[in-house]
Design a protein around this ligand. Structure first.
Ligand code: PMP
Length: 359
């Protein structure tokens, strides 16, 4: 073959340059503590498992593409209308719909950094421009700097509270002041993937903000506290026109019938979910106190994870020590290590590893 015939199709430049999304490693072996992805360590809620089993007999059929029953159940849970709800395959799927639905090539999306790693990937994939604003000295969002970064091309701003991976929330008052200062034609997404784990009052009353500022979009997931990470279902609450637009950007049938049924059952089992969350929060408090006693200097986390800021050398030593102890955690080059809070036994293993490396 001659050279012109052997040329393969090329990816778009924006795709070729994408950083990879690197999830926590799935080590093989027994007695591995999976603490890299902020999943729930509990078995699925019995009602969710039963709903999946009951729905399994219909998997030869497509799901309800409009997810009417689920959207109505979410709406009732939050006190909004189903027209203000859009669901997708994980909140990351909904976020992709948000960014591709709103951004033209070259439009800017502002977010804090470090935050959820999918943000820059989704923005670049859409041909938009990521604008990363460094966290403040207390691992929180620097909202003044984020407001100052707004330009005529700004289309979307992502606020993550509590922030992944640092666990620091953004207070209601600070977000409200921020919303007052930014243009109303910018969509301000409040990513609340970990909201169930936050102490009441630490973060925003996002529904109240949404009612007052219709350019707010609330993003939530069933992957974390509800324990449905493997089923892929999340949702956004937004002004009816925006939510309707998001529904139109969704891939047809992107949320499976099993995921829809499990999400409904999970909302119905809210008390059980809350009891589990309370246990994780108690463990979070216990671990934070012990780590402080060990000499670690941590910010209080409002998520189901702890964040240890490190230099690269300590980061490598910690990840290595966790690896040898059979504990999967998430290391972030240049920044630190994030460890999911789980049950007492694996949390004790984490504490033992960290004790050996305390200052
Ligand atoms: N937002 C944040 C802040 C997250 O940490 C995650 C998951 N790591 C997501 C969104 C996406 O979760 P999912 O797609 O499973 O809903």
């Amino acid at each position: 073959l001659t050279a012109p015939d052997t040329a393969l199709p090329t990816l778009r430049g924006a795709v070729a340059g994408l950083p990879p999304y690197v999830p926590g490693r799935r080590s093989a072996g027994t007695d591995i503590a999976a603490l890299a992805s902020n999943e729930s360590h509990y078995e699925p809620l019995p009602a969710a498992a039963a709903a999946v089993a009951a729905a399994a007999g219909t998997m030869n059929r497509y799901p309800d593409s409009a997810a009417v029953e689920l959207r109505e159940r979410i709406a009732r849970h939050l006190g909004v209308t189903a027209g203000e709800v859009a669901v997708g395959p994980g909140s990351v799927g909904v976020l992709q719909q948000i960014i591709t639905g709103l951004c033209d090539a070259g439009d800017e999306v502002i977010f804090a950094w470090r935050s959820f790693e999918a943000y820059p990937i989704l923005v670049e994939l859409a041909g938009a421009q990521p604008v990363r604003i460094p966290l403040d000295g207390a691992e929180g969002h620097d909202l003044d700097a984020m407001a100052a970064a707004v330009t005529a091309r700004t289309k979307v701003i992502l606020l993550c509270t509590p922030n992944n991976p640092t666990g620091v929330p953004i207070s209601h008052d600070r977000i409200e002041a921020f919303l007052r200062s930014v243009r109303s034609d910018i969509l301000v997404v409040i990513d609340e993937a970990y909201v169930e784990y936050a102490e009441a009052g630490s973060g925003p009353d996002s529904l109240a903000l949404y009612r007052q500022y219709p350019n707010v979009c609330i993003l939530r997931t069933f992957s974390k506290a509800y324990g449905l990470a493997g089923l892929r279902v999340g949702y956004a609450v937004a002004a009816p026109d925006i939510a309707e637009g998001l529904r139109r950007t969704a891939l047809p049938f992107s949320v499976s019938a099993l995921a829809q049924k499990a999400a409904i059952a999970s909302l119905d089992a809210g008390d059980e979910m809350e009891a589990r969350v309370a246990a994780v929060k108690q463990e979070r408090t216990r671990m934070a106190a012990q780590l402080e006693a060990q000499g670690w200097n941590l910010q209080a986390s409002q998520g189901n994870f702890l964040w240890i800021r490190t230099d690269d050398s300590l980061q490598a030593r910690l990840v290595d020590a966790f690896d040898r102890a059979g504990i999967m955690v998430r290391g972030y080059q240049g920044d630190g290590v994030r460890i999911t809070v789980a049950g007492p036994a694996s949390n004790d293993r984490v504490l033992r590893v960290l004790e050996a490396h305390a200052a």
